[in-house]
Design a protein around this ligand. Structure first.
Ligand SMILES: [Zn+2]
Length: 272
């Protein structure tokens, strides 16, 4: 099964977060004035849309860095991709399909969270998604510009996430996201995406976005950046691979769970 949703989602819905302020991790606001050495800095690469046998899957898994694999539930290669990621020592998170403001419901894939669902059905779908993705320790949203701005919906989603001892990465597909506020209220570990790498599927654009990651890491302790398997997958993997030597001099490539370790309380939620 090849769904068109990834391509369209990336085109329509992923680009807008680039306009957002790039200071979502609580680190920046709570850290003392002294700046750490550049080598103490951290880059957390998250690759979305695993689970559907998408282009670039192999290239991503062969990258010589630690990253986080966001795997969609209920897909043909959900189990295989989660298993592979786990075997490679990567973090696995559930890539939860959630309703966007624009676009067809069919782009979302199965088991999606939509804002017309009653409370119990939302809870059931989140539970089912978590159960379907082996080794998952967290969750982020696939699309979701509508659902992540809905307090009722996100309160239920984050409550289930909390019950499973997971964290939530806000992909930031809308500036109206209520995730930081609710995660703080509910005590759910939370991080936010800073840079989408491949909202436009050209090597030139992806390389430009890697430059944005570089700038971010020059000014902040940590950068969370999201790329995708699927239409841009091979290009994104190639640009990532090429950028490793230079970026490694500035920061360590880490998994999301490493941004949440107690020793670096700066990176722990809750977001203000
Ligand atoms: Zn996605």
């Amino acid at each position: 099964m090849r769904l068109p949703f990834v391509r369209i989602a990336a085109l329509l819905l992923v680009c807008s977060p680039l306009l957002f302020p790039m200071t979502q991790i609580s680190a920046e606001s709570t850290e003392p004035a002294a700046q750490p050495a550049l080598t103490d800095r951290q880059i957390a690469v998250v690759i979305d849309d695993f689970g559907n046998g998408m282009t670039g899957t192999e290239e991503m898994f062969s990258l010589p860095i630690r990253f986080t694999a966001a795997v969609m539930p209920f897909m043909p290669t959900t189990k295989r991709d989660a298993q592979l990621a786990h075997e490679k020592g990567l973090d696995v998170i559930v890539h939860m399909p959630m309703e966007p403001n624009r676009g067809k419901r069919s782009w979302l894939g199965p088991g999606a969270i939509t804002t017309d669902l009653p409370d119990e059905e939302i809870r059931r779908r989140v539970e089912a998604a978590i159960a379907d993705v082996p080794f998952a320790i967290g969750m982020n949203n696939h699309m979701g510009s509508k659902a992540t701005s809905d307090e009722r919906v996100m309160r239920i989603v984050l409550s289930v996430v909390k019950q499973h001892g997971m964290f939530f990465l806000d992909s930031r597909t809308t500036w109206k996201s209520v995730i930081p506020k609710l995660a703080a209220e509910l005590g759910v570990p939370q991080l936010s995406n800073h840079v989408f790498l491949d909202d436009v599927y050209t090597a030139q654009h992806i390389a430009k976005q890697m430059g944005v990651v570089q700038q971010h890491i020059n000014a902040h302790e940590a950068c969370v950046t999201i790329g995708h398997v699927g239409p841009p997958g091979k290009k994104t993997a190639a640009v990532l691979r090429d950028s490793i030597p230079q970026l490694s001099r500035k920061a360590a490539f880490v998994k999301l769970s490493e941004l949440l370790v107690p020793s670096s309380e700066k990176d722990i939620i809750p977001h203000p």
